[in-house]
Design a protein around this ligand. Structure first.
Ligand code: C5P
Length: 278
């Protein structure tokens, strides 16, 4: 097959954090985390081919389709690290809301690395891809795993896990209109009010089918965007359990039989399932 003619279509999933502990602030300014990450069926579609000139298009006109986009940066990093001479043509069909804590940009960057490695005949090892991914963003390495992982460090240390053994029906993402900036949420974090959960114990419980959901970034996100407390309380009062901010927000992950759009008509609502790369 002439690789220069091949076109790849890749699904680039969002993620949720089923628990998220912030352990401490590090000397490099990042925060040490311990979190359970899971990919979900809400995702973007990336179409990728080799070309004569770098070209990126995006269905969402609010996102820059230039060298500041994580997709472009991932492709450039791949070219620089492999020293291969190629150009790319990429189209990004955006479905994952931005500024939501769902890892959309990181997932797109990981899909770009995986896709280029495939199109170019596999010049990079999995370990190469993990280390280049970590340079692009804290969450990017997770999206190279099959889809369930215990994540530590600043987010770049990933331990892949098997399918989680608890019932996963009637799951939803509820995204209020306003988004949140990840650095702003970390800046607003009061390190004195972090939870006292032991993440290793919580992980063991999840693996035994006894999930315990929490997110240490919730209070910081709620202080920046007080309407998030209203959204969470409304869902809890309507019987949803858990109702949990994903990452730094502003999207919530919740479980309940009724469509949340019926009680929160101004939010974007997505029915979801947990998915894994095959
Ligand atoms: O690594 P990434 O570029 O995704 O991180 C964005 C910002 O989020 C960082 O600049 C930092 O302010 C914050 N962050 C953090 N601790 C982490 C991950 C991200 O403080 N573990």
């Amino acid at each position: 097959m002439d690789l220069s003619l091949a076109k790849l279509t890749l699904f680039s999933p969002a993620k949720v954090n089923l628990f998220l502990s912030v352990l401490r602030k590090r000397k490099d300014g990042y925060h040490e985390l311990a979190s359970l990450f899971q990919t979900i069926s809400l995702g973007d579609i990336l179409t990728l081919s080799l070309s004569f000139k770098d070209h990126l298009t995006c269905s969402d006109s609010f996102l820059p389709a230039n060298s500041s986009n994580l997709v472009w940066r991932a492709a450039e990093r791949f070219r620089c690290k492999t020293r291969l001479d190629f150009s790319f043509e990429i189209h990004l069909q955006k479905n994952i809301p931005i500024q939501a804590g769902l890892g959309g940009g990181s997932s797109n960057a990981a899909a770009t690395l995986l896709g280029l490695n495939h199109l170019l005949g596999g010049p990079a090892s999995f370990q190469d891809l993990i280390s280049w991914a970590a340079e692009l963003g804290s969450d990017v390495p997770f999206f190279l795993t099959p889809g369930t992982a215990y994540v530590t460090g600043r987010g770049e240390v990933v331990k892949p896990l098997p399918v989680l053994p608890f019932s996963k029906e009637n799951m939803w993402i509820v995204k209020p209109q306003q988004g949140l900036s990840t650095p702003e949420v970390y800046n607003a974090l009061d390190l004195k009010t972090l939870s006292s959960h032991n993440p290793i114990e919580v992980l063991q419980k999840f693996l035994k089918g006894q999930p315990e959901f929490y997110n240490d970034l919730e209070d910081a996100a709620f202080s920046l965007y007080p309407e998030l407390s209203f959204v969470k309380d409304t869902l809890l009062q309507a019987g949803y359990h858990p109702v949990l901010l994903s990452g730094s927000g502003s999207a919530f992950f919740c479980i309940g039989s009724q469509n949340p759009a019926l009680i929160l008509p101004t939010c974007f609502v997505y029915p979801i399932q947990f998915i894994r790369r095959v």
